[in-house]
Design a protein. Structure first.
Length: 428
């Protein structure tokens, strides 16, 4: 196996690739309606003298999907081979149009999806950032929608008129689920809708986490999977104060060999929901086995997550932040408080994260040079250039496709201003 990178033809040397193919999977980095050096493209903007004629999000997404279709062809894939799409928006008012456009580009079998609200993106005027995981068209295990027998249709069928995303798809040795919230066929379930006469019937995050995991257990069951088959989980918590209760519930469902886990502070789009969860599981129709990766050369996370999980040639890492899980942000990851202007806080954090990521990768038989996906969640987007400079120094022409956005936070570890999500491959 080798990694094949896809670059924008006008990108400068050292720029992040648009996508990376490794085996049957293709990892597509954050897609913005922008030129790599010039910012927002004219095709993605409304005409300045007609500000109320047309839809900004429609223009941005049409530009993105059209260009992606061309780029994906170069690695033997297409928009109809997306296994999972994550969509980060800065304007909640654009969500409806963004979802309606999917039928035009994906037809009747749209990919599973998670759609979140974030506070800023790397390009001014851009209001949406997409990342995806694709499958090659000639994969031995083709992309297939999982037929749902145990759960009802998604709420958007009633709200919009059709399914704007699938509940789950399988292919390439994995099953990908949608991002699920505590909602049903008509929106938020009755138990979570605020009632002033009974304002505190239960702890919202406890109730909703249990509901969602049980729901997704049924979704995975329709694909022949169990919770033990899950290799990666992605969780969105609008309020990080809910982390402890969420983790308590999580460990009851995953007491042994839990999946790699990434917890991101971001706002959900369904009213009254306080958590959103999505899963990747090994497909029982394939040959991949779940393997927990652990090393003493990197910090051991607190709570219900391993350092990483390996499945076949793919390595899924849990949340990476600059902490040793003993002292918050350790001294080597922050400037000397007596000399606060003699070193860069963001550089120290990224260097600390890189060291740990490389150690975890080596424990799995690979290195950080073989990362194929990176998500960078910043509290201050102004730190992005310096953070990217460190990754360019460390990885050179082996930079992975990357999605970056700003969240209101806070992150799970006070003092940390960036957290990362990584996937790597183990090359033959």
């Amino acid at each position: 196996m080798e990694i094949k990178y896809v670059h924008h033809p006008e990108a400068l040397p050292g720029a992040y690739p648009l996508a990376a193919q490794a085996g049957d999977l293709i990892f597509v980095g954050g897609q913005l309606a922008a030129h790599p050096t010039k910012g927002m493209t004219p095709e993605a903007k409304l005409l300045p003298n007609y500000p109320w004629h047309g839809s900004s999000i429609q223009k941005q997404l049409s530009y993105l999907y059209s260009n992606l279709e061309k780029r994906l062809e170069s690695v033997g894939s297409s928009l109809h081979h997306i296994m999972k799409i994550n969509s980060y928006h800065t304007n909640p008012a654009e969500v409806d149009m963004a979802l309606r456009l999917r039928r035009e580009w994906f037809g009747d079998v749209p990919p599973p999806s998670s759609l979140l609200i974030v506070s800023d993106l790397p390009v001014h005027s851009a209001t949406v950032n997409l990342d995806m995981t694709n499958i090659v068209a000639n994969a031995s295990l083709k992309r297939q929608e999982v037929t749902m027998k145990s759960v009802p249709p998604i709420g958007q069928v009633a709200a919009i008129g059709w399914a704007v995303y699938s509940q789950a798809v399988r292919g390439g040795g994995f099953v990908f689920t949608r991002g699920a919230t505590a909602s049903g066929v008509r929106g938020p379930i009755d138990e979570i809708v605020y009632n002033p006469d009974c304002a505190y019937p239960h702890n919202p995050v406890r109730f909703q986490t249990e509901y969602i995991i049980n729901y997704l257990k049924k979704v995975l069951g329709d694909a022949g999977c169990t919770l033990e088959d899950i290799v990666r989980a992605e969780i969105y918590l609008p309020d990080m104060k809910d982390y402890a209760v969420f983790d308590e519930v999580w460990q009851k469902f995953f007491p042994v060999d839990p999946p790699a886990r990434v917890v991101i502070p971001a706002k959900t789009v369904v009213p009254f929901t306080v958590v959103e969860i999505e899963f990747i599981a090994v497909d029982p129709q394939g040959t991949y086995q779940k393997e927990i990766i652990s090393t003493r050369e990197a910090p051991t996370p607190l709570g219900g997550e391993p350092q990483a999980v390996k499945a076949g040639p793919y390595l899924f890492l849990s949340t990476q932040v600059a902490t040793d899980y003993r002292h918050g942000v350790p001294p080597e990851a922050r400037p000397d408080p007596n000399f606060p202007y003699h070193s860069s806080s963001i550089r120290r954090q990224v260097e600390y994260v890189y060291k740990n990521v490389d150690s975890i990768c080596r424990a799995a038989g690979t290195t950080a040079q073989n990362l194929v996906k990176m998500r960078a969640i910043h509290l201050n987007m102004s730190e992005l250039p310096e953070a990217e400079h460190v990754w360019q120094e460390k990885l050179g022409d082996r930079l992975p496709p990357t999605t970056a956005f700003q969240t209101d936070g806070p992150l799970a570890v006070p003092g940390c201003t960036v957290q990362y999500d990584f996937t790597a491959v183990v090359l033959d």
